[in-house]
Design a protein around this ligand. Structure first.
Ligand code: MF3
Ligand code: CO
Length: 255
């Protein structure tokens, strides 16, 4: 069942979303050569605790950390680790959810570590742009397939591929709600978008083939062909006036 939020509920959820965006921005500012992914996770954990929020992922299906940090060929669900030390040229996908006063916000961004290759820069740019194409399609009256089609056509035109095995999702009182929000699809198909729906749109885009596999830790998801992968995510509310991005950090909100 797709859950429609009231304006009051959306107001509560806005705070969780902004806290998750603040945490993501803080994490991104710490990305540099020599830093471990565990150190970045600790920053996120401390920030959320200070704000009286909980990390949405910690303990979710036994997930052990506050964030997912996925480097290079790791697509998603990289587990922060003190032995995973960032080096110049890495691309670092950080995914953070915050739970605050009953609601979750969920967002992700792929940060460059130091100077990265031209090819990697282009992958990051195209993946971020594909997220905004998906968001543009998230208009009341459209359907879920319109979002996926917008993302897929944008990245495939640039010879990248869309991960199929993981998708975006409704988000609210639960981290994962209906509907599923695939990053591929057919225009005009799927659940109709209605004002008050809140969804996480999160393209996971590979430089090579779309196939991924999950490693023995049951979380770390990598590209089968070893190619680079990028991940950008926003929590978005469907409104009568168009899509509203909810995961904007406090210092970037235009009042
Ligand atoms: N943003 C991801 C998602 O929405 C991260 C989930 S990690 C998990 O599915 F640990 F919570 F599963
Ligand atoms: Co998500």
């Amino acid at each position: 069942m797709v859950i429609i939020k009231t304006p009051r509920e959306l107001n509560c959820m806005q705070r969780a979303c902004r806290l998750s965006a603040n945490a993501l921005k803080l994490a991104g500012s710490a990305v540099e050569p020599g830093v471990s992914t565990l150190e970045i996770d600790n920053l996120i954990a401390k920030y959320l605790e200070k704000e009286g929020a909980k990390a949405s992922f910690l303990g979710y299906g036994d997930y052990p950390k506050s964030s997912c940090i996925s480097v290079n060929n790791v697509v998603i669900h990289g587990i922060p680790n003190k032995n995973c030390i960032l080096k110049a040229g890495d691309i670092v996908s950080i995914d953070v959810g915050a739970f605050f006063e009953g609601y979750h916000g969920d967002n992700a961004y792929t940060f460059p570590c130091g100077d990265i290759s031209k090819e990697a820069q282009q992958l990051l740019k195209a993946t971020e742009e594909s997220l905004y194409e998906g968001i543009k399609a998230a208009r009341a009256g459209n359907r879920i397939g319109d979002i996926g089609h917008a993302v897929q056509s944008y990245v495939e035109a640039r010879s990248y591929s869309v991960v199929r095995d993981f998708v975006g999702h409704g988000v609210g009182a639960k981290l994962h709600e209906e509907p599923s929000v695939p990053n591929y699809g057919t225009p005009g198909r799927g659940v109709r978008l209605i004002p008050g729906m809140t969804i996480a749109i999160e393209p996971m885009i590979n430089m090579g083939d779309y196939k991924v596999k999950v490693l023995g830790d049951e979380w770390t998801t990598v590209t089968v062909d070893g190619s680079l992968s990028a991940h950008f995510e926003h929590t978005v509310c469907i409104t009568a006036d168009g899509p509203k991005i909810m995961t904007i950090p406090d210092d970037e909100v235009k009042s």
